[in-house]
Structures are given as C-alpha cells and as structure tokens.
Design a protein around this ligand. Structure first.
Ligand code: ADP
Length: 230
C-alpha cells in the first residue's frame, strides 16, 4: 500500500507547526523522516496515525482518503521509543493481543525476532533490547499495511540498535510492509531508508535517496549537524 501526503499543514492555536508537507511512500518501501528536535517530525507522524487532525491537506493510504478516518480504522501500527508491553501478561499473551490468525504463530514470531521459547516469560524477565524485540513481534504479528516507527531504537545501546535495525528491515521487506521511520540519527536513516525527507522548522527542506543526499546535502551530509544530536 502506498502512502501519499498532500499539502498537509498543522496549526496549534495560532502557531503553524507544519506547512505544505508533500510526501510519498511507495508500497513496501521505507522512508525516513529526519531533522532536529522541534522540526515537526512527531506531529507529522501523529497526523498520519490519526492521533491529531490536519488543519489542511489530505492523507491517502492507497486509494483511500483517510484524512478524517479514526486511528483504529486506518490499519496503521506504531512502534514507539520505549517498548509498550503489558507487564501483567506474558510475552506470548502480549503478542497474541493484536494478532490476526492462528495463535500458534506466536512462537514463530518469537523465533523470527530472536526470542525463541520465551512465550511464558513476563516483561520484567526480558532486557530492554529483548522487550523492544517483543514489541516488534507484536507490531508485525498484527500484519499492518503500514508501520510507523518513532525513534524505536533510542532506548538501546549501539550494538542492539544495529541488530534491531537489520531485523526490522529484513522482516518488513519480507512482508512488504510500507514503513515510515522518524529519527534524528543520520546513520539510522542511511542504513534503513530507501528515501529520506529532511525537515526543518515545520517544512520539508530536502529529499532524496540516502546516498545521494549524504553527498550533496548541507543538512544530511557528513559532519554537519543542525543541532547537537545528529
Ligand atoms: P520533533 O518531533 O521534530 O521534535 P514536534 O513535532 O514534536 O517536533 O514539534 C514541532 C513543533 O510543534 C514544536 O515547536 C512543538 O513545540 C510544537 N507542538 C507539538 N505539539 C504541540 C501541541 N500539542 N500544542 C502546541 N504546540 C505543539
């Protein structure tokens, strides 16, 4: 399913935080949204998920105009910065919650994310990285058409980040899941995205394939950062 954002704007009161946002994600591709803190990345993600209403413009998922559709009817799954699991349920029960299809597939999902045989464990028995992998299993087990990743690695150390990055990319490619990744980490965008949009002060200021952009962009290029974080 491809995603098309057309002339989207967002105001909070009198403040315009997003202006003239045009963005396309081809079906099955991964697009990264990068930019310094406060540039509007999270707001755009929330508009796409339906957690905020646009002040102007349209959002299409395939042929469907979802601009006014409630979040639960959009078919979007989000993976957040911190793992979101129910502590009173086992890992298996957590994964089964949003799952379509056969419950036996829970163990297959655990295998795929590198947590074989951990169905009966509770959340506190898993490390932070393992919890994020279990969250990923839950997100993908719901068979989303469209996966939104909001800095999903920021609570992990670098080796875990790299590992999870590769895993997400492999699984979303296998399943043909269209993915939007919000990150302020240039390396992450380089490693995961087919296409990159750079935001600043509520606008898209540059876009392109990651390698091309890293060679030409004053914002996305090596050694230059808009703020201290990337
Ligand atoms: P980023 O994710 O790139 O850090 P955000 O989307 O969180 O940026 O924020 C973009 C701008 O919108 C910021 O100036 C922020 O203060 C403002 N903003 C975000 N949410 C609200 C809100 N609910 N009410 C008012 N201003 C907001």
């Amino acid at each position: 399913m491809d995603v098309k954002i057309n002339k989207v704007m967002k105001r909070f009161g009198k403040t315009t935080v997003l202006q003239d946002i045009n963005l396309t994600i081809a079906s099955g591709q991964c697009v990264a949204l990068v930019g310094p803190s406060g540039s509007g990345k999270t707001t755009l993600l929330r508009l796409i998920a339906g957690l905020e209403k646009v002040s102007g413009g349209t959002i299409h998922f395939g042929e469907r105009d979802v601009t006014k559709t409630v979040p639960s009817k959009r078919g979007v799954t989000m993976l957040f910065q911190r793992p979101l699991l129910f502590p009173h349920l086992t890992i298996g029960q957590n994964i089964r919650l949003g799952m379509r299809g056969d419950a036996r597939q829970v163990s297959e999902w655990l295998d795929r994310v590198g947590l074989p045989g951990r169905e009966a464990d509770f959340v506190h028995q898993l490390s932070g990285g393992e919890q994020q992998r279990a969250s990923l299993a839950r997100a993908l087990a719901s068979q989303p058409n469209f996966l939104l990743l909001d800095e999903p690695f920021s609570s992990l150390d670098l080796p875990r980040r790299r590992e999870l990055r590769t895993l997400i990319r492999r699984l979303t490619e296998q399943q043909g899941v269209t993915t939007l990744l919000v990150t302020h980490d240039r390396e992450e965008a380089m490693a995961m995205a087919d296409y990159v949009y750079v935001m600043q002060a509520g606008r898209i200021i540059e876009q392109g394939r990651p390698v091309a952009l890293s060679e030409t962009s004053p914002f996305f290029g090596d050694g230059l950062a808009l703020d201290g974080t990337w």
